[in-house]
Design a protein around this ligand. Structure first.
Ligand SMILES: [Zn+2]
Length: 318
């Protein structure tokens, strides 16, 4: 049986769901691409954008430098990293609860920022990065293997104790196939750590406060807490822990997330104006509250459902 659905961008009939085989139907259109959603499990994807091979976007150095020369000291990605850093360090702490530092592969390692932090915690680091400029940058900075693809990492021997792929899976047209290939890179009982935007987060459809969810052809696969678990299970993993981050999009947009009591106290002082990180008060408070990432992390199911970014930790099943 096929589902006859009229699409704005010509993939018809609607494909079967990659995760459960259920019927999908048109859900929304963004940036000229149709996004379909499975009625049974809720997994969503942008089939036409996926067919155009979103992964190729990242082989272009331009993605990281956004118009700046490749010799620039800081790409826009470097700037982004400084905002993401506290969240990423917390992920390394979380991984330490599931695996002793040994060999870790960072897929989508960009300039090797997270690899450097992992090395400082005792891990032997390797990376995968499609962008030639970022690959070279990481090799030069860390002096470790950086592969062009997962296939290349596997050809070099694989057998990693941990594979990290933070904010990568949403870029992949067939996330189940990709995760199966990654499973083969892991040693028995090896840990997979990943994260992705939560497409059921409040604000996801409106793209508020920062459009990190439905952005085809950059993002082509869209998960919620349940479909993310289902996806790793289909690929041969057992989920061991889930988490969510509230306010991640806001932090990337330059907001400072403060405890509720402090926000209330500051409100009259700011006379309704938004607190900006580069303002004098903003700088002072940021210094005081930098690293207070516990304010954002949620491990309870209700909190995870509200989170704008999901984290999942899983083990290879043999
Ligand atoms: Zn489904």
């Amino acid at each position: 049986m096929t589902t006859e659905t009229a699409y704005p961008n010509e993939i018809s009939p609607a494909p079967r769901c990659l995760l459960c085989g259920g019927a999908t139907a048109f859900a929304l259109e963004r940036r000229g691409f149709a996004i379909v959603r499975c009625a049974s499990c809720g997994f969503a994807c942008a089939p036409a954008a996926g067919a155009a091979d979103a992964a190729r976007l990242y082989a272009e150095d331009e993605f990281f430098f956004a118009g700046r020369p490749e010799t620039a000291q800081r790409s826009w990605y470097d700037v982004l990293w400084t905002r993401k850093r506290p969240f990423y360090l917390a992920r390394l702490d979380r991984i330490a609860g599931f695996a002793r530092p040994a060999r870790v592969l960072d897929i989508g390692c960009a300039g090797g920022y997270l690899m450097r932090a992992a090395r400082e915690r005792g891990w032997s680091v390797e990376g995968v990065e499609p962008s030639p400029a970022m690959r070279e940058r990481t090799r030069a900075a860390l002096g470790c293997p950086v592969y062009e693809s997962v296939e290349q990492a596997r050809a070099a021997g694989g057998n990693f104790d941990c594979v990290m792929m933070f904010e990568v899976i949403e870029h992949l047209a067939d996330p189940v196939a990709a995760l199966r290939a990654i499973r083969d890179l892991l040693a028995p009982n090896g840990v997979l750590a990943l994260s992705t935007p939560n497409c059921d987060a409040p604000g996801a459809i409106d793209g508020k406060p920062l459009d990190i969810w439905f952005v085809p052809p950059i993002h082509v696969s869209f998960f919620n807490p349940a479909t993310l678990v289902r996806c790793v299970e289909r690929a041969g993993f057992a989920a061991i822990a889930s988490a969510g981050i509230e306010g991640f999009a806001g932090v990337l947009a330059g907001e400072i997330r403060l405890p509720r009591w402090l926000r209330a106290a500051l409100k009259p002082l700011r006379r309704g104006k938004r607190l900006l990180p580069h303002g004098a008060i903003g700088k002072l408070i940021e210094r005081r509250y930098a690293g207070r990432i516990d304010l954002h992390q949620r491990r309870d199911p209700a909190g995870i459902a509200r989170a704008d970014v999901l984290e999942l930790y899983a083990r290879r099943v043999d």
